[in-house]
Design a protein around this ligand. Structure first.
Ligand code: NDP
Ligand code: BG6
Length: 501
């Protein structure tokens, strides 16, 4: 179990804290996975009492926690008892005094609780203030870089981590001026998802898949991250970000590296991250003038989702009515290494698409000889192995089977594994796993500095090419569709097609 710790959440009155962080911490407590002596301090600028803060969070727990009532917590962990360990600290991120005051404030809580000498700072704030907070933490003496004696200090940094390679490097430098790399936990919540963690287990704990996992047998790989929701209440954030920064630089490249990496020397944070970085390093950079041949961007227009009419991106609140921010990206990547030479990876990512679906589909090459051609079976579907990340989490393998009857007819069929039928236990939320790992000091599921910078390098090349030739109008796709025609053309040029889902 992680040791007693002070968890200071900067941005404690924000959406992320209410929807994800507190429900995750409470769930860990209900599951007996964190110390009963943990102390949570919310740092934000509005005036409020500890009780007011606890009441606000209590409402959020009712709405967002997977443990909503006494019965679900098996009577052991009522919210009221947990809430007694939560405190509010009013401060402004840019005010030095508010940081120097934090240390005595934390000390003042010690008498009421047993002595947590470890400190975890969580930056759940707008990204523009990450660096300021880090500098102030350093100056106020709140960061100990020693891990013995007086306990440890760690920091979790939310996404987006920079806007491009240059800003990511600057942020990394500012963090490195105060924290050592092993104290820094850059979060990507996709890595906390059970099904994402299962990618490595599936590949590397079973003997039969890894021998096929290479350019001898794999024709190509498709990664789809489709959301049916639009930008919700985050229009102004998304305007600045777009799908390339918001999803591809982080979640999608993380999925790609887990699919493409070599087996690590050990199941250990740095060994795994070393292999992921090698994949990023091997992705063929686009020539500046060639980006449009490999990358499609588009924006959602009006449409229908689940029978309901939906508005266009340009009509969303917080969005410029003439916006050219992309809400969809499709791209072709090549990984220039021994395993993946000549195996394209196609990525398709967007909001307001036909349905919510995240999956990785590995398309295998056809059988070397069409034995059944003489019996009239000319077109046989390739074998496709699909790792469904969400929803209906599971894994399927498609293969051809003889359809019953006197003639030879080959029909595609599926072999299916579904999490919910094989495992009855509820899956923990991604933030539960990530917070628990950080508290125990395991950084395997967090991005290392070089990983972030390599991912930004690729994405920044695309951003620069787009900036140089701005498009007056992005292609549009109807909300509720699978993206624009340009996306189909991208893959059809290679005589392939997107998986029908
Ligand atoms: P919000 O805008 O909802 O919350 C921001 C918080 O920061 C509030 O608590 C606000 O306090 C506080 N704050 C802002 N400026 C100051 C200041 N000068 N001094 C003190 N406090 C300040 O943001 P989110 O919770 O949505 O996002 C937080 C981070 O998490 C961002 O980096 C975001 O990209 C990331 N993230 C969010 C996701 C989400 O679903 N929300 C998903 C993935 C990542 P006050 O209320 O007192 O003004
Ligand atoms: C966030 C992005 O990181 O991930 C959002 O900022 C996106 O735009 C979300 O909607 C998707 O996460 P999930 O877990 O719902 O697939």
């Amino acid at each position: 179990m992680p040791p007693p710790t002070y968890i200071v959440i900067f941005g404690a009155s924000g959406d992320l804290t209410k929807r994800k962080l507190l429900p995750a911490l409470y769930a860990l407590s209900c599951e007996n996975l964190i110390s009963p002596n943990i102390v949570i301090v919310g740092f934000a600028r509005k005036e409020k009492s500890h009780e007011q803060f606890r009441t606000e969070l209590g409402k959020a727990i009712k709405q967002h926690s997977r443990f909503k009532n006494e019965a679900e917590t098996k009577g052991k962990h009522s919210w009221e008892i947990f809430a007694k360990r939560i405190y509010y600290y009013k401060g402004d991120f840019s005010n030095a005094k508010d940081y120097t005051g934090l240390l005595p404030f934390l000390d003042s809580l010690t008498s009421a609780n047993t002595d947590p000498s470890n400190r975890l700072f969580y930056l759940a704030t707008p990204p523009r203030v990450f660096a300021i907070i880090i500098q102030h933490l350093g100056k106020a003496g709140l960061v100990s870089t020693k891990s013995s004696g007086n306990g440890w200090t760690r920091i979790i940094v939310e996404k987006p981590f920079g806007r491009d390679l240059e800003t990511a490097k600057i942020l990394n430098d500012k963090i490195a001026a105060v924290f050592q790399e092993n104290q820094v936990y850059r979060i990507d919540h996709y890595l906390g998802k059970e099904t994402v963690q299962n990618i490595l287990v599936f590949r590397m704990s079973n003997g039969i898949f890894e021998p096929l996992w290479n350019n001898h047998y794999v024709d190509h790989v498709q990664i789809t991250v489709a959301e049916s929701i639009g930008v919700e209440n985050r229009g102004s954030y998304f305007e600045e970000a777009g799908t390339l920064r918001d999803m591809i630089q982080s979640h999608v490249l993380q999925l790609l590296t887990l699919i493409a990496m070599e087996p690590p020397a050990a199941f250990e944070a740095n060994a795994i991250r070393d292999e992921k970085v090698k994949v990023l390093h091997a992705i063929r950079p686009y020539a500046h003038t060639d980006v449009d041949n490999h990358v499609v961007r588009a924006q959602y227009g009006e449409g229908h989702i689940d029978g309901n009419a939906t508005i266009a991106y340009r009509q969303e609140s917080g969005v410029n009515p003439n916006s050219n921010t992309e809400t969809f990206v499709a791209m072709r990547l090549n990984i220039d290494n021994w395993r993946w030479a000549k195996v394209p990876f196609y990525l398709r990512v967007g909001k307001r698409m036909a349905k919510r679906l995240t999956e990785v589909a590995i398309y295998f090459k056809h059988a070397p000889y069409a034995l059944f051609r003489s019996a009239g079976c000319h077109i046989i579907e390739p074998n496709v192995l699909t790792l469904r990340i969400q929803p209906n989490e599971g894994i399927s393998l498609g293969f051809g089977s003889k359809a019953p009857g006197t003639a030879i007819r080959i029909d595609p069929v599926q072999m299916d594994f579904l999490y919910e039928t094989s495992f009855q236990d509820a899956q923990p939320e991604a933030y539960e796993r990530l917070l628990s790992d950080c508290l125990t000091g395991d950084s395997t599921l967090f991005a290392r500095r070089d990983e972030i910078e390599h991912a930004w390098d690729l994405v920044t090349r695309i951003i620069h090419a787009w900036n140089d030739v701005p498009r007056p109008q992005l292609p549009k796709y109807q909300s509720g569709s699978w993206g624009p025609d340009e996306s189909d053309n991208l893959i059809q040029k290679d005589l392939r097609k997107w998986r029908k889902t």
